[in-house]
Design a protein around this ligand. Structure first.
Ligand code: UD1
Ligand code: UDP
Length: 378
C-alpha cells in the first residue's frame, strides 16, 4: 500500500522549500501518494512560486486577508484544515519552517492524531521576540512533531537539547539548496524587463526586507543606510524586490521611491530572483532563505537583523550579522565594494546548509518510519 503524505504550506518560502519534497514524493509513485494543501496565507506570492515550480494544489484554504494578523491566519487554518485531514486521512502530514501556517497546521494535525513531519526543524535564536512570532511557531511545531528534519548539525543539537529522541531527528540539509541547484543555469534571460535592461557591467546591491520585528524604525534605518550607500556610490544600482506586506511597502516606498539608481520591483518569480542574486555583488537582507541560498552563488550576504537562527553562515564567514544601524550598514557595504580582500574572504566557502539532496533523505526517512510503524502494528 502506498504511503500517503499530505504537504501543507502557505507562504512563498514554504512553497520554495517544499517543492523539492513534493517532486520527490511524486517521483516515487506508487510507493508514495502525494497530496498538497495550500493555506493561501500568501496569495499572489504563493501562486507565483506554484507557477515557478509547476506545483498544483489539491486543496486550497484561501485564508489570506489584507493586512492580516498571525492570529487571524491561525484561526482560519485551525477551522478549515480538519475537513482536509478527514477527507485525505494521511499517514503523515508535512509542514515546513516557522510560519503561522506551519504552526497552526501542525497543531491541527496533532489534535487529529495525524503524525507530523517538520521540514527545517530545530532552528532557534533562543529569543521568543526575534523573529516574531516565528521563534514560537518553530518551538511549538517541534513539540507536536514526530519526525524532525534538521537542516544543519546545530539544528540537530538544538532538538536533542530539547529532548527530541535521536531516532526521530534526521539531519537532511535544507531543501532550499535542492530548489536552488535545480534552478540555476548559466544562460538565463530575465523575465522582468527592468532587470533584463540593467547595465551588464555595473555593480548591483540586492536588498530584501520584510521581518515583522523590523517594521517601523528598524526598517526606516535600513532604508537610511541604503541612501547613504547610494550617495557614496552613485554608480551602484540597488535592486529591491518589494514584499507584498502593505506595512513594508509603505515604509520602503516612503523612503526610497523616486531615488535615482534604486530599482523597486514587485516580488520576483523564483528564477528571476535567484539569477538576480547571482548577478549581484552584495546582498543585504533580513530573509531566512536568502541567507541560505547566497553562499551557493558565492555572494556575500549582510544580515540586517539583531539575531539569526542561521549561525552557520556567520561562522563560515559567508554572512555577517549587522543589525539595522544605518552607519554600520553603510560601513559594511562600502567595505565590500572597495576592499577586494574583504570581499574575497566572504565568498568561495562551501555552503553549510546542504548538499542539494535533502528531499531524497527526507522521503527515505519517511519510508523507513512507515516500515517500522507497520512492523510494530503487525
Ligand atoms: C510571513 C511569515 C514569515 C515569512 C514571510 C515570508 C508569519 C507570521 N510570518 O510573513 O515568517 O518570513 O511570510 O515572506 O507567518 N500579502 C499580499 N500578498 C501576498 C503575501 C502577502 O498582499 O502574496 C500581504 C497581505 O496584506 C498580508 C500581509 O502581506 O496580510 C502579511 O502577510 P503574512 O503572511 O501575514 O506575513 P508576512 O509578513 O508575509
Ligand atoms: N524570493 C523570490 N522572489 C523575491 C524574493 C525572494 O522568489 O522577489 C525567494 C528567495 O529566493 C528565497 C525566498 O523567496 O528562497 C525567501 O522568502 P522570504 O524572504 O519572503 O521569507 P523567509 O525566507 O525570510 O522566511
Amino acid at each position: 500500500m502506498s504511503i500517503k503524505v499530505l504537504s501543507v504550506f502557505g507562504t512563498r518560502p514554504e512553497a520554495i522549500k517544499m517543492a523539492p519534497v513534493v517532486r520527490e514524493l511524486q517521483r516515487r509513485v506508487p510507493q508514495f501518494q502525494s497530496v498538497v494543501c495550500v493555506t493561501g496565507q500568501h496569495r499572489d506570492m504563493l501562486d507565483q512560486i506554484m507557477r515557478s515550480f509547476d506545483l498544483k494544489a489539491d486543496f486550497d484554504l484561501n485564508v489570506m486577508q489584507h493586512a492580516q494578523s498571525p492570529a487571524q491566519v491561525a484561526s482560519r487554518v485551525l477551522a478549515e484544515l480538519p475537513q482536509v485531514l478527514e477527507q485525505v486521512s494521511p499517514d503523515m502530514m508535512l509542514v515546513q519552517g516557522d510560519t503561522t501556517t506551519t504552526c497552526a497546521a501542525a497543531l491541527t494535525a496533532f489534535m487529529h492524531r495525524v503524525p507530523v513531519g517538520h521540514v527545517e526543524a530545530g532552528l532557534r535564536t533562543g529569543d521568543l521576540s526575534q523573529p516574531f512570532p516565528e521563534e514560537m511557531n518553530r518551538r511549538v511545531t517541534t513539540v507536536v512533531s514526530t519526525l524532525h528534519f534538521a537542516p544543519t548539525l546545530d539544528a540537530r543539537i538544538a532538538l536533542a537539547r530539547e529532548g527530541v529522541g535521536a531516532d526521530h531527528i534526521i539531519h537532511a540539509g535544507n531543501t532550499v539548496i535542492d530548489a536552488l541547484l535545480q534552478s540555476v543555469r548559466s544562460d538565463y534571460a530575465f523575465e522582468d524587463g527592468r532587470l533584463a535592461n540593467l547595465p551588464r557591467d555595473g555593480r548591483i546591491l540586492l536588498v530584501t526586507t520584510h521581518r515583522r520585528e523590523s517594521i517601523g524604525e528598524p526598517m526606516r534605518q535600513i532604508c537610511e543606510g541604503i541612501l547613504r550607500i547610494k550617495q557614496a556610490h552613485p554608480e551602484l544600482t540597488v535592486v529591491i524586490p518589494l514584499h507584498r506586506n502593505p506595512a513594508v511597502r509603505d515604509i520602503v516606498l516612503g523612503k526610497l521611491a523616486g531615488q535615482a539608481g534604486i530599482v523597486l520591483v514587485d516580488p520576483l518569480p523564483y528564477l528571476d530572483f535567484v539569477h538576480m542574486m547571482a548577478r549581484s555583488d552584495v546582498i543585504l537582507t533580513d530573509s531566512g532563505g536568502v541567507q541560505e541560498e547566497a553562499p551557493s552563488l558565492k555572494r556575500p550576504v549582510l544580515v540586517v537583523r539583531e539575531v539569526t537562527e542561521r549561525p552557520e553562515g556567520v561562522a563560515a564567514g559567508v554572512a555577517k550579522l549587522l543589525g539595522t544601524n544605518p552607519q554600520r550598514i553603510f560601513d559594511e557595504v562600502h567595505r565590500l565594494l572597495t576592499d577586494e580582500a574583504a570581499y574575497r574572504a566572504m565568498v568561495g566557502v562551501k555552503n553549510p546548509y546542504g548538499d542539494g539532496h535533502a528531499a531524497r533523505y527526507i522521503v527515505d526517512a519517511i519510508e523507513c518510519w512507515q516500515q517500522q510503524r507497520s512492523r510494530k502494528r503487525a
